[in-house]
Design a protein around this ligand. Structure first.
Ligand SMILES: NC(=O)c1ccc[n+]([C@@H]2O[C@H](COP(=O)([O-])OP(=O)(O)OC[C@H]3O[C@@H](n4cnc5c(N)ncnc54)[C@H](O)[C@@H]3O)[C@@H](O)[C@H]2O)c1
Length: 266
């Protein structure tokens, strides 16, 4: 894929998935705005982008809290000043604490929605406003999760916030489509530091039970997710795709893959 002359802004760029997305875009010729709450992490990713494509790589580090409207505005303005108008926005910033509702304080609930929902909305609004003002097409990819459609204990706030991201994406696909801006969602399955396969002794009991739900028999790698993001960003490969909810999950979203075939009544 070729993203030469494209500017990409990625939030959560210091994280496991955001960093890989940045590196893949850089390798395909894009200029990359690497935004993260952690300045250090944003700078590390921006430096890695330049190292990944030394002859053509342009990258800038942006520190901002996506939940804060003023910081988002300032970061998008800085990105455009350093790299030029943003063509592609990837909203990968997210937090995912695990706490049962009966033990959760209000601050934790509010912070998950502030980062995952308000943050996604603010970045979409800041970037799309500029795209529309200059009459340019664009692509936005929001990070959802398998948790947005499949509930799990401890994640009332997280599951709810990602379900909201799914619907916001569809609304924006309707509102921004007439401006030539495509808006899609990627929903990853479990991606950890290492890829673990069914039967791996390194898998914790939790991960081992999760692995029973993966028809492809392993957890994801950041590259699995980045590939889908670049596909959705590509005007060449997905020009007629908007409002899509792409589950990149090793098939874990399919239903009951862990239930064995039965040829008779139970
Ligand atoms: N890893 C998985 O298994 C998985 C599965 C499904 C969905 N997701 C989603 O993918 C996205 C990326 O996940 P990850 O695994 O890379 O997580 P991660 O924790 O490795 O990275 C998240 C990054 O977001 C940054 N961040 C957090 N709050 C921020 C804020 N307020 N403003 C700006 N940056 C902020 C963090 O500093 C971090 O660098 C998240 O939205 C997550 O919900 C991840």
């Amino acid at each position: 894929m070729d993203f030469t002359a494209k500017t990409v802004l990625v939030t959560g760029a210091g994280g496991r998935l955001g960093r890989e997305v940045c590196l893949r875009f850089a390798g395909c010729g894009a200029s990359v705005g690497a935004l993260d709450l952690s300045r250090e992490a944003a700078e590390a990713t921006a430096a890695a982008c330049v190292r990944a494509a030394p002859e053509r790589g342009h990258a800038t580090a942006l520190q901002a809290d996506v939940a804060d409207p003023d910081q988002v505005e300032a970061a998008v303005a800085a990105c455009e000043r350093d790299l030029g108008p943003v063509d592609i926005l990837v909203n990968a910033a997210g937090i995912f604490p695990n706490t049962p509702l009966l033990e959760m304080d209000l601050a934790e609930w509010e912070r998950v929605f502030a980062v995952n929902v308000r943050g996604t909305m603010l970045c979409c609004r800041a970037v799309a406003t500029r795209m529309v003002a200059r009459g340019a097409p664009g692509a936005i990819i929001n990070f959802s999760s398998g948790a947005s459609t499949s509930a799990r204990a401890g994640a009332a706030h997280y599951c709810g916030s990602k379900a909201a991201v799914n619907m916001i994406t569809q609304v924006l696909a309707i509102e921004l489509g007439p401006h030539g801006i495509r808006v899609n969602t990627v929903a990853p399955g479990l991606v950890m530091g290492d890829v673990l396969h069914a039967g791996d002794t390194a898998a914790s009991p939790y991960v081992a039970s999760m692995l029973k739900m993966y028809p492809l028999g392993r957890t994801g790698a950041p590259s699995d997710i980045a590939g889908a993001v670049l596909f959705l960003a590509s005007e060449e490969l997905s020009p007629w795709t908007t409002g899509a909810f792409v589950q990149v999950s090793g098939g874990s979203h399919t239903g009951r893959p862990h239930v064995p075939l039965s040829r008779r009544d139970v």
